[in-house]
Structure formats: C-alpha cells, structure tokens
Design a protein around this ligand. Structure first.
Ligand SMILES: NC(=O)c1ccc[n+]([C@@H]2O[C@H](COP(=O)([O-])OP(=O)(O)OC[C@H]3O[C@@H](n4cnc5c(N)ncnc54)[C@H](OP(=O)(O)O)[C@@H]3O)[C@@H](O)[C@H]2O)c1
Length: 332
C-alpha cells in the first residue's frame, strides 16, 4: 500500500513509499482510508520539532474511511461501516490530564497518511451523517482540541465575549465554530485581512490583524475586552492577551506556534484575577461529546483545500507557510 513515511534520508524528511498492507490483530480493525487531514503536528514531526521522533513511521492523526477487515473478537457489525478515528492512544482514566503512556496516532504509531490504517476498535466512531469523507477526516484532532479548550477549559457559554486567535488554523476554526454554536459573541485575529473577512462572513463579530502594531489597543477600544481568549500562538502576544482579558477572565492556550514570551506581566495577571489554562487534545469522553456536539449543531470543518494523496508533500509546505484557511485534506 502507499503511505507517507517520516524518513531520515531525504532533505524533505517525508516520502511516499510502498509498504506492506497490515493485518488486524485481536481487537483491532483495518480501515481503508478515504480521506486524511493535516495538523501542524505533522509538520513539527517533519522538521524534528516534536518529542521522540521515530523515523519510518506513517504520519497522520486525522482520517475517515471504511472498516475493511476485523481482527479476532471484533463485533461483525463494524465491517463496512463508515468511520472516523479517535487519535488518542492511552489517554487513561483521569479527565484532568492524559496518562504517562499517552501518545497520538501518527508517530510513534503508524497513522492515517496511508491507504490503510490499523486501530483498536475502541478508537472508532461512526462518521457523522452530515459530513462527507473529506469533512469527516478534518474533524478528529482539531475538533477534539478545540472542544476541550472551548468548553472544558474556557467554560464558554451564551453571551460571553470570546477572542479566537489565528483563525486560519485548523484547530482555531473549530474553536471559532464551537464558540459560535454555544451562543458566544466571537471575535478573531489573523495575519491576513482576507481570513478575517471570511470569518466575519461566517458569523464573527469582528477581527484584528495581529501583524499590525496596535491591534490589541484597537481591539480593547472597540470591544471592551474578552471573557475568554483561545490561543495557540503564545509568544510575546501573551501580554497583549493579559491586557485584553476582562477581570476574572480566562486565557486558554493549546499551542505556542510563536514560541515563549520574553516576560509575563505578573502584576496585570494577578490584579485582573485572570487565569491561564493549558489545554492539550482531550479525553476519550470529550471526543464522544465533541462528535455529538458537532452532529447536533451540524458543524462542518472549514476546508482550505482537498488534494490527491500523491500531492501530500505540497500540503505540508502549505501548512508550514501558514497560507491555509482551515484544514488541508488529502483524498485517496
Ligand atoms: N496541545 C495540543 O494538543 C495541540 C493540538 C493541536 C494543535 N496544537 C498546536 O496548536 C498550533 C496550531 O495547530 P493547527 O494544527 O491548528 O495549526 P495550523 O493549521 O498550521 O494553524 C496555525 C495558525 O496559527 C496562527 N498564527 C500564526 N502566528 C500567529 C500569531 N502571531 N498570533 C496568532 N495566531 C498566529 C495562524 O493563523 P492565521 O493564518 O489566521 O494568521 C495559523 O493559521 C500548533 O502549534 C500545534 O502544534 C496543539
């Protein structure tokens, strides 16, 4: 079968190779992948900026497909079902945090950038009926990360004023759509005016270009501040967020694309009674809740582009350049 491997021998660090089609063991299923989607994680792996890099692994955490073979002990009604895959492996029993054995599908375990993937049957959920394969493939990792950040950590509810930063991001667009569906008044930031226009067309109350020097001042003046900020960039903008948060508000961070801040305005942090929450992925329970929420609210991932699997390397280059608005999907 064709698969995209993380390799140590080319300058690209990723290559499509022919590898042996795997067979499911007891409790496992073989899924024929119809579509898969990129996450920034895949690009971090490619450039060696992810812990415990393991070469010759099939990358990819997001996928949707059809169950094509069952291992021993798997209920026969899974066969030929259209499914999505929960990318969590070994979250454990604590809702507060993942176990020490936790990892994510697609390095070190072979992932979804292949014609077939093996997962444990308990990783399967039926594909939401309102999504086609491309849309369903875009959902798992981003949908889960956004769900925990928005609801479990951000506690976002109707009428709250919310800022989602970097709306072009695959996770950010889910956070945006989830907060909107919860009835929040949602603002966005982006490096691009066009992406802000797209977000306002989809229901954002306004947006700010984070590349402009005075964007935070402008945002404070026009909005009066936010109850919750959902961010994955971090960096020096942390102090802007502390200025933008209303007294008692929450900053939720699930990434640090811009690195770490040089300093943190501690005085503002404690005087404004703000809290900073770290958030990563989500539990298996949250995965189920997220799929239910997405199905109930008929949320469809914003898809930046769909290309054939053979062209997947160009999708990595695009996510690196940050040109996308939403998810980059490859179809088989
Ligand atoms: N902790 C976890 O479990 C978890 C899960 C998923 C993702 N992440 C992390 O979260 C980040 C986003 O992941 P993703 O897959 O959504 O990536 P992505 O699709 O590549 O999105 C990255 C987005 O970051 C935004 N951005 C870049 N510089 C920014 C800045 N200075 N201020 C605000 N936003 C900025 C950009 O938004 P614009 O295009 O609008 O400018 C860009 O689209 C990555 O660092 C990833 O590793 C962590």
């Amino acid at each position: 079968m064709k698969a995209l491997l993380l390799v140590d021998e080319s300058q690209d660090k990723i290559a499509i190779r022919d590898i042996e089609k795997p067979s499911p063991k007891s409790g496992e299923v073989l899924i024929q992948i119809k579509a898969a989607a990129l996450n920034h994680r895949d690009q971090w792996c490619r450039i060696g900026m992810y812990p415990n890099i393991k070469y010759d692994t099939v990358l990819g955490s997001d996928g949707a497909g059809i169950v094509s073979e069952l291992g021993e002990g798997v209920a026969s009604d899974w066969l030929h079902k259209e499914v999505i895959v929960n990318p969590n492996i070994n979250w454990g029993s604590d809702e507060a945090a993942q176990s020490a054995e936790y990892h994510i599908l697609g390095m070190p375990t072979n992932g979804t950038f292949a014609e077939y993937v093996i997962v444990n049957v308990d990783r399967l959920m039926e594909k939401p009926a309102h999504l086609d394969f491309n849309e369903a493939a875009a959902l798992p990792l981003g949908g889960l990360t956004a769900y925990r950040a928005v609801f479990s950590k951000g506690q976002i509810s109707k009428g709250q004023k919310v800022l989602v930063t970097g709306i072009g991001g695959g996770v950010a667009q889910f956070a945006f759509q989830s907060a909107l569906a919860a009835g929040a008044d949602v603002f966005v930031t982006s490096g691009s005016e066009e992406k802000i226009t797209l977000a306002t067309d989809l229901g954002a109350s306004g947006g700010f270009v984070y590349k402009e020097e005075n964007w935070a001042k402008e945002a404070l003046k026009s909005t009066g501040g936010f109850d919750v900020i959902i961010d994955s960039a971090g960096g020096n903008a942390m102090n802007d967020y502390l200025r933008l948060i209303k007294p008692g508000g929450r900053l939720v961070h699930y990434g640090s694309t811009s690195g770490v801040p040089k300093n943190i305005d501690m005085f503002r942090l404690f005087w404004s009674q703000a809290s900073i929450h770290g958030s990563s992925m989500g539990s298996d329970l949250e995965f189920k809740e997220m799929v239910k929420f997405v199905s109930l609210n008929k949320i469809k991932p914003i898809i930046s582009s769909v290309r054939n699997f053979d062209q997947i390397v160009s999708a990595f280059d695009e996510i690196h350049a940050g040109k996308q608005m939403g998810k980059l999907v490859v179809s088989f």
